[in-house]
Design a binder for this molecule. Structure first.
Ligand SMILES: O=C(O)C(=O)C[C@]1(C(=O)O)C=C[C@@H](O)C=C1
Length: 291
């Protein structure tokens, strides 16, 4: 004889037990994070986007059942942001003018509801807020093709006080975020860290106009796979043409492939600056599977 199905009261008791366990673990995680905050000193970089991506990828790989993965990621994003704030002060400056409130929504999903967040009207204002320490993180739009004053050119600077791109938002779908703005990048005064599946943004200045095909060939001959290109004439400032190339790997300034690229380009290359990068978001994999 099969046993009768559990009663509503039994099931609710089980839910209460589960909730207690989840709550206990959230509180225990806070204690461990406090110790992490102590262990991380003296370099004291509270926000570690690479580690955050690794945590979320590991959970995504073990996820099964009917509870949607993007919601798991949203819960963890709320937690991770809050656990960051336990370690020290945090503030986010988001490029979110009136007509582009979608960036506010994706930033709030990523950095949670408890971190102080300010909307600014230009990407340059978000960069300034990070550079002067008013914000720990800035959120700027994914570079666009027809941008007449691209924000990324302000990051083409070797000064260690220049913010770097450190993450791409959203990490797992934009849910019910307003508007059509699809993707944004986070910048901070920290280094982009290797996670095993990364993209790097290379800012490249040339002495004269060259086709993207030429740049692509020189990068690929140096062993760098190109994903996308953005260009800016540089005429307005009297400088040379600038290109922002997304490459499919982790690359830092010491990478031998940049030296090989410089050799391939010869005298027309003025400088190449990795302006940061990001762990490939889970939504990229989902888009590729057309989920
Ligand atoms: O691992 C760390 O360095 C932490 O500070 C912990 C933690 C987390 O909650 O897991 C919090 C903030 C960091 O951005 C990354 C991860």
């Amino acid at each position: 004889m099969s046993s009768p199905p559990p009663s509503l009261d039994d099931l609710r008791r089980e839910i209460d037990e589960i909730d207690d366990k989840i709550h206990d673990l959230i509180m225990r995680r806070a204690q461990v994070v406090e110790l992490i905050g102590i262990a991380k000193r003296p370099d004291n970089q509270i926000v570690r986007p690479g580690r955050e991506a690794t945590i979320l990828r590991r959970l995504a790989a073990r996820h099964t059942g009917t509870f949607p993965l993007p919601v798991v990621v949203r819960l963890w994003r709320e937690m991770i942001a809050t656990y960051s704030r336990i370690q020290g002060p945090m503030a986010v400056a988001v490029y979110a003018p009136e007509e582009r409130r979608g960036f506010w929504d994706v930033s709030r999903d990523h950095y949670g509801g408890s971190i102080p967040m300010t909307a600014v009207n230009t990407p340059a204002a978000a960069i300034r807020a990070v550079a002067d320490g008013t914000a720990t993180v800035g959120v700027v739009p994914m570079p666009e093709e027809d941008d007449h004053d691209p924000w990324w050119r302000y990051l083409m600077n070797q000064d260690p006080k220049t913010p770097r791109v450190v993450a791409s938002l959203p990490f797992c779908g934009r849910g019910n975020a307003r508007g059509d703005d699809r993707e944004a990048l986070a910048i901070a005064l920290i280094q982009h860290e290797r996670t095993g599946d990364d993209r790097t943004l290379l800012g490249i200045e040339l002495t004269e106009d060259k086709s993207r095909g030429r740049l692509k060939d020189a990068l690929e001959a140096a062993g760098l796979t190109t994903v996308s290109f953005r260009s800016w004439t540089g005429r307005e400032t009297g400088g040379g043409p600038l290109h922002l190339v997304e490459v499919a790997d982790f690359v830092d300034a010491k990478d031998n492939r940049l030296a090989a690229f410089a050799a391939n380009m010869g005298d027309i290359l003025l400088r190449t600056i990795p302006i940061g990068g990001f762990a490939v978001p889970l939504s990229h994999a989902a888009d590729a599977r057309k989920i």
